[in-house]
Design a protein around this ligand. Structure first.
Ligand code: RIB
Ligand code: CA
Length: 314
């Protein structure tokens, strides 16, 4: 089987870094055809630079980063330095990027990439707010029928939200973009916090990662240790979930994940629940499902895979 072609849209973010590194460590299964950056965890200037640094850390400066939208479609930008630090990659000490950023706008890069490949060839993996994806769909509706699948980290249902009681960060930042994507008809697989809260990394795993001793693994361990402190503050535990690598983990080992097809809508009006992913888990609306919603994860083999794949990197 030839590697699955994926386009990663990202707002690094320590957990985004793990998703990108896991994908880079899995060239037999995944080919990254492009990386676009979006404003989210930190402003776009930082997410784009962070994406470059992550790629170059892993020796993949050949993959160009294309900066996309600097703000959500309607709402003002809300960022998460309180989780990720001012740089967005606190805990890491990554070298300054050497490669130039792509000159094409990220939204145009998404359109050009989808239109240049055969229908059904490209899977888009949003790891942040969906602004770039939605803007690409609005600018060039022809891409909608050509996208194989969108597999994204975002949303929540029985877990509620992690940014407001009702909304998860990626959807909360740009709920209107999520609404465009969820009503587009593109095949969707959602990796919500209900699933990613089971993707907790343990101190033992972190130690094994650091003991790999190679630059990429050591820097990844530094980023994870910083990120884990937020977990201690929020959950009072020393085990904290890495959300975004679950998207890549699902593409690599779907059998480690469980979920069901549901009808999902996005709250875009209520001041108290805006950004909520309203997941009809029990099909009470009898509406046609529009999204595979993942809920369960077999954690140990997922983390074993991530350790093994990241340890392949320089
Ligand atoms: O809610 C978690 C998500 O928001 C992750 O993608 C994290 O990187 C932030 O973007
Ligand atoms: Ca992210």
């Amino acid at each position: 089987m030839s590697p699955r072609k994926i386009l990663i849209d990202t707002d690094p973010g320590q957990d985004d870094a793990f998703a990108i590194l896991l994908a880079l460590g899995s060239p037999e299964e995944l080919e990254i055809v492009g990386v676009t950056a979006v404003a989210g965890n930190v402003p776009l200037s930082r997410t784009a630079r962070n994406a470059q640094m992550i790629l170059e850390l892993a020796g993949r400066g050949d993959i160009t980063v294309y900066p996309g939208c600097q703000r959500p479609m309607v709402r003002p930008l809300f960022t998460a330095e309180y989780v990720h630090g001012d740089s967005g990659l606190d805990g890491g000490d990554l070298p300054e990027p050497v490669q130039p950023l792509g000159q094409t706008h990220g939204v145009d890069f998404i359109i050009e990439t989808i239109m240049a490949h055969e229908p059904g060839e490209i899977t888009i993996c949003p790891l942040g707010p969906m602004t770039n994806i939605a803007m690409a769909m609005v600018k060039e509706p022809a891409i909608v029928a050509r996208i194989r699948e969108i597999v994204f980290m975002g949303g929540g249902f029985f877990e509620g939200g992690n940014t407001t009681p009702a909304a998860e960060f990626n959807i909360y930042v740009d709920p209107h973009a999520a609404h465009v994507v969820f009503t587009s008809g593109v095949p969707l697989t959602m990796v919500p916090i209900d699933c990613t809260y089971k993707a907790v990394m343990t101190p033992g795993w972190l130690k094994d990662l650091r003991n790999v001793g190679k630059k990429t693994a050591v820097e990844a361990a530094g980023m994870a240790e910083f990120y884990q402190r937020w977990g201690n503050t929020k959950f009072g535990t020393d085990e904290y979930p890495l959300h975004d690598p679950c998207v890549i983990g699902y593409l690599l080992r779907p059998e480690l994940f469980k979920g069901r097809s549901c009808y999902v809508t996005i709250e875009i009006a209520s001041p108290t629940t805006i950004g909520m992913t309203v997941v009809d888990w029990w099909n009470v609306t009898k509406q046609e499902p529009n999204c595979m919603v993942l809920r369960d994860l077999d954690n140990p083999p997922f983390y074993q895979l991530m350790l093994e794949r990241i340890s392949r990197l320089p």
